[in-house]
Write a protein that binds this ligand. Structure first.
Ligand SMILES: C[S@@+](CC[C@H](N)C(=O)[O-])C[C@H]1O[C@@H](n2cnc3c(N)ncnc32)[C@H](O)[C@@H]1O
Length: 221
C-alpha cells in the first residue's frame, strides 16, 4: 500500500494510507498522542518500578520507540522493548519523518531503530534494548508473563478487525505479567467487552489533548 507522509497538528509526521483510508496516528498530533496514551498512561503507569518490559503492536514509524527512549532517559528507566511489525517502512522513507528534531533525539538513533536486526535484541542505549519481529501478530509466538506494558497500536477495528479478535486478546493477556496493562486509543464498547471477556479489568481514561475524548487501559490483575 502506498504510504503518504503528512503533518499532524503538533507538527509531527504521520502516514496516511489512501487505499485503507487510515492514518498511523491522530491527525491532532502524533507526538501528543504517543506521549499521552503510551507514555503517560502506559509506560509510566506503574510507580516504583524502574525496569520495564514493553511490547508494541505495530511499530510503524518508530514514534513510540522514540518517545519511550526519551521518557526512559527522563525517568531513569531500564527498558526492554519488543515490537512487531508486519509491513516495515523502508529506508528511503525515513527522511520524511521529523521525530528526531521535535523530540531532540539524534537522527542517528532514529536510524538505528529502523536498521536494527529483526528477531534479535539490539542494545541501542545502555538503558534501552530493542527486539523487533517482522511478522504478523497472529503468527508471533510470545512467552507467558513477559511484559509489563503493551502498546496496542493496531489500525482501527473497522479497518483491520482481525487485530482486535478474542484470540489476539488472549495472546496479549497471557504475555502480560500480573499487574501489567495494555493501553490503546480505541474505546469502542465492543472492544472493551472483548478485553473484559478474556480477563482484563478495563478502564476508560481521558484522551489526548485536542484528539479523541477517551482512551482505554486494560489491566491484568
Ligand atoms: C496504527 S499503525 C502503528 C503506528 C506506529 N505505532 C507508529 O508509531 O508509527 C499500525 C501498524 O500495524 C502494522 N500492521 C498491520 N497489520 C499487522 C499485523 N498483522 N501484524 C503486525 N503489524 C501489523 C502496520 O504496518 C502499521 O505499521
Amino acid at each position: 500500500m502506498k504510504r503518504q507522509f503528512i503533518k499532524t497538528a503538533d507538527g509531527s509526521t504521520s502516514i496516511y494510507l489512501e487505499e485503507m483510508d487510515e492514518h498511523y496516528h491522530s491527525k491532532h498530533g502524533a507526538i501528543v498522542e504517543s506521549n499521552h496514551i503510551f507514555i503517560k498512561n502506559g509506560l509510566l503507569s506503574k510507580s516504583g518500578v524502574n525496569e520495564i518490559a514493553v511490547f508494541e503492536v505495530g511499530m510503524g514509524t518508530g514514534l513510540n520507540v522514540m518517545t519511550t527512549i526519551k521518557a526512559a532517559q527522563e525517568h531513569e528507566l531500564i527498558v526492554n522493548y519488543h515490537a512487531v511489525e508486519a509491513f516495515p517502512i523502508i529506508e528511503e522513507e525515513l527522511s520524511f519523518i521529523n521525530f528526531s528534531e521535535l523530540l531532540s533525539i539524534e537522527e542517528g538513533l532514529f536510524r538505528k531503530i529502523h536498521s536494527a536486526p529483526w528477531e534479535k535484541p539490539a542494545q541501542l542505549m545502555p538503558n534501552f534494548k530493542l527486539t523487533k519481529y517482522q511478522t504478523k501478530l497472529n503468527e508471533l509466538v510470545l512467552k507467558t508473563e513477559q511484559f509489563d506494558v503493551i502498546y496496542f497500536d493496531a489500525f482501527a477495528p473497522e479497518k483491520q478487525g482481525e487485530m482486535w479478535s478474542e484470540e489476539i486478546f488472549i495472546k496479549m493477556f497471557d504475555s502480560l505479567k500480573h499487574g501489567g496493562s495494555l493501553v490503546t486509543y480505541c474505546v469502542k464498547g465492543v472492544i472493551r467487552r472483548r478485553l473484559q471477556a478474556v480477563g482484563f479489568t478495563v478502564e476508560k481514561l481521558k484522551g489526548p489533548e485536542g484528539g479523541k475524548r477517551e482512551m482505554c487501559r486494560a489491566w491484568k490483575i
